[in-house]
Design a protein around this ligand. Structure first.
Ligand SMILES: Nc1ncnc2c1ncn2[C@@H]1O[C@H](COP(=O)(O)OP(=O)(O)O)[C@@H](O)[C@H]1O
Ligand SMILES: [Mg+2]
Length: 269
């Protein structure tokens, strides 16, 4: 889509507050993570692996989701960040899980206020920003999503200049080199794929992130007190691990080496 000098792509006339309202459909945070797993597994992406990790970037606790699926063009990323658009088809009997075109938006915004998406497909690399903090900061009346496409040489086109400036100003990646480093994280593993980074993670009343990121370096856990409602009437019964351990809930996750120490790799069927 060619929109010279426009900041981002306007997503119809959605009020930015909708991003939060829409995210409340996920009452349990792992159901939001399951949506992202489904997206990587769906027949239009067909990732074989999805790496879920926690890392800290410039002081922000971040969740990262990186797959070795088919990746997206700029147009595909626009669809990803739009609402209600899904043209998934079954492929070879592999039926898509997503079909309402809302899973990414509701799940990413359930996990944190802000998300940046890096995607590599054949010869293009695109970066998109879905960010409540950004929309608040520019006092946007409608949801807009800056998207920029970088060529092999890391250069973007003039028509993306305003989007690029906004991504650099309102994400943890403040230079084009830093954006390229994240794209290299994809290409170091596979020729195509998508890397999603979510920051400003949701916090609970005591100010901590809703996930316990430190007790077990090989797991993302939900603190015990948040699991109280899942306890059986019988108070001696403990909460099943599948409720509070991401590693157990994705069942075949195995540790992989990662800078942050935590890493779960989901092998997709
Ligand atoms: N990890 C991914 N890799 C490539 N494309 C993706 C990925 N996640 C989402 N998409 C694209 O974004 C679109 C919107 O995703 P989503 O909001 O979850 O809706 P749905 O899954 O119902 O289509 C998907 O249809 C898909 O084309
Ligand atoms: Mg989906």
């Amino acid at each position: 889509m060619s929109m010279p000098n426009m900041v981002g792509v306007p997503l119809s006339m959605l009020d930015p507050k909708f991003l939060h309202t829409n995210s409340t459909s996920h009452t349990w945070p792992f159901s939001a993570i399951a949506e992202l797993i489904d997206n990587a597994y769906d027949p239009d992406v067909m990732a074989k692996q999805l790496w879920i990790d926690w890392t800290r970037i410039k002081g922000f606790d971040c969740l990262t989701f990186q797959d070795n699926g088919k990746g997206m063009t700029k147009k595909g990323m626009h669809k990803m960040l739009s609402f209600g658009f899904s043209d998934k088809q079954a492929v070879g009997g592999h039926a898509p899980v997503g079909m309402y075109g809302n899973g990414f938006k509701s799940s990413s915004m359930r996990l944190g206020k802000d998300a940046i998406i890096f995607s590599k497909i054949s010869d293009t690399m695109s970066v998109g920003l879905l960010s409540q903090s950004y929309l608040e900061s520019i006092q946007a009346e409608h949801v807009v999503v800056p998207i920029v496409t970088l060529g092999h040489d890391g250069q973007s086109s003039v028509e993306d200049a305003a989007s690029l400036q906004d991504i650099l100003k309102h994400s943890p990646f403040n230079t084009e080199e830093e954006l390229l480093t994240e794209l290299t994280a994809i290409t170091s593993i596979s020729s195509t794929g998508t890397r999603i980074i979510i920051w400003n993670l949701r916090r609970v009343a005591n100010g901590e992130t809703e996930f316990d990121l430190s007790t077990n370096r090989y797991d993302i856990r939900i603190p015990e007190d948040a699991c109280e409602t899942h306890k059986n009437q019988n108070i001696t019964q403990s909460v099943p691990e599948i409720i509070y351990s991401l590693r157990v809930s994705i069942s075949d996750g195995e540790p992989i080496g990662s800078q942050a120490g935590f890493g779960a790799c989901k092998y997709l069927p």
